[in-house]
Design a protein. Structure first.
Length: 289
């Protein structure tokens, strides 16, 4: 990994939720100017606060060095715009980070393509949807790929780069270079349901949920077994809480439809989501937060 790689000069992130804000924070910390697209003013303000808080915490932990106080750097490097039409024309990279709705993602990516210059790379942060199908909405699908970031983005060391049959070598090379500029490692995979990471991670998570459902062991025992026995930094059920049970359910439903019964969502997962027990973001999942 080449830590001297330069980040893109201008980045646009569509969506300022937890993942979008983390992506924006990472590029801003690396020196990029970032435009975050949020149509709602309150959501835009919340995104800026997430980014500022994340930078402050990283600076306090000593894991991030900035030119000045982090809360002063954010207004200089990050701006919120209310529509894709306001994304700068000279943007080098657009990353879509909205919920896992293929139609919505395709619509937003197509709109962004009409605003930016021809050399701009477009990417989706989808964790499971077909990147090839999303590319079909674009006029120049060669400049598109998946850039699957992991939560929490600023401290995660990995970006999964997902290539479609049309992704050009120039697009791939730029994505690899920018991943390295963030201080992260890339893994390059071909487009397939769930890619590599979501497919394997979900398999473990769903089986852990079934074990709780069947009374094999409680969540803490299962997570401790994987943490200490297999050196996982976090057990599969705690990770499910961090990712969001609703997100895990949506991915499971997609993989169930595309890959078959082995990805059928457990009853317990459906019940928890129906009760609003979504994990860390709701305060209750397999753990109380």
């Amino acid at each position: 990994m080449n830590s001297a790689a330069a980040p893109p000069s201008v980045v646009a992130v569509i969506g300022g939720g937890r993942m979008g804000a983390g992506i924006a924070q990472s590029f801003a910390a690396a020196g990029s100017r970032v435009a975050v697209v949020e149509r709602d003013g309150a959501a835009g303000a919340a995104a800026l606060e997430r980014i500022a808080k994340g930078l402050r915490q990283a600076t306090e932990r000593g894991t991030l060095a900035l030119a000045g106080p982090s809360d002063l750097d954010v207004p200089d490097r990050v701006a919120v715009v209310s529509s894709i039409a306001e994304v700068p024309h000279d943007t080098d990279l657009v990353v879509e980070a909205v919920p896992e709705d293929a139609a919505l993602k395709a619509e937003l990516l197509a709109a962004a393509e009409d605003v930016v210059h021809e050399g701009c790379v477009l990417a989706s942060n989808t964790s499971s949807l077909s990147v090839t199908e999303l590319a079909a909405a674009l006029k120049r699908p060669g400049r598109f790929l998946g850039m699957h970031f992991f939560n929490p983005v600023p401290v995660s060391a990995l970006v999964e780069l997902v290539l479609t049959p049309d992704t050009t070598e120039a697009t791939r090379s730029a994505a690899v270079r920018w991943t390295h500029a963030l201080g992260k490692q890339d893994v390059v995979v071909k487009d397939s349901p769930g890619f590599a990471s979501s497919r394997l991670g979900l398999t473990l998570g769903l089986e852990a949920i079934r074990m709780v459902e069947e009374g094999v062991a409680d969540a803490e025992a299962i997570d401790t077994a994987m943490h200490l026995g297999y050196r996982h930094p976090m057990g599969p059920l705690r990770l499910t809480d961090v990712v969001g049970l609703d997100v895990r359910l949506a991915i499971a439903e997609h993989l169930h439809a595309t890959l078959g019964e082995r990805f059928a969502p457990p009853r317990l997962l459906r019940e928890k989501v129906a009760r609003g027990e979504l994990g860390r973001k709701s305060g209750q999942g397999f753990y109380r937060w």
